[in-house]
Write a protein that binds this ligand. Sequence first.
Ligand SMILES: [Zn+2]
Length: 135
Amino acid sequence: MTANGLVITKEQAQEILAYLEAHVPLEACGLLAGKGNRVEKVLFVRNQAQSPVRFVMDAEEQLRAFEWMDEHGLDLLGIFHSHPAGPETVSPTDIAEAAYEVVHVVCSRKGGKWTWRGFWIENGKARETPLHIET
Ligand SMILES: [Zn+2]
């Protein structure tokens, strides 16, 4: 389990932020696959909601991403999405719709600068979990 946080490489972090930035003002999302608490692959999934305040993963793309993880022997460690206009924390909707016991990474943007926070969501409650972004 990944309740103790995630390790994300500098390259992965840059890849994610470039993708999120390209989708501003819309929220964008994706999956973090790996082993233990170490992310090995970032899988981007289209935000079907195409909304600045909400994300819904495209079911077809999400299924393909899960199949890819299976084929490569990787586990789902996290789900990330952006809050292009904040807040820095998971929203009540994020908590209500959290379907997997994985780290929920929120990248929020304020004044053109992105911040990262990780949350573990269980039984309708979110608590912060550390993200280790290698530099
Ligand atoms: Zn959210």
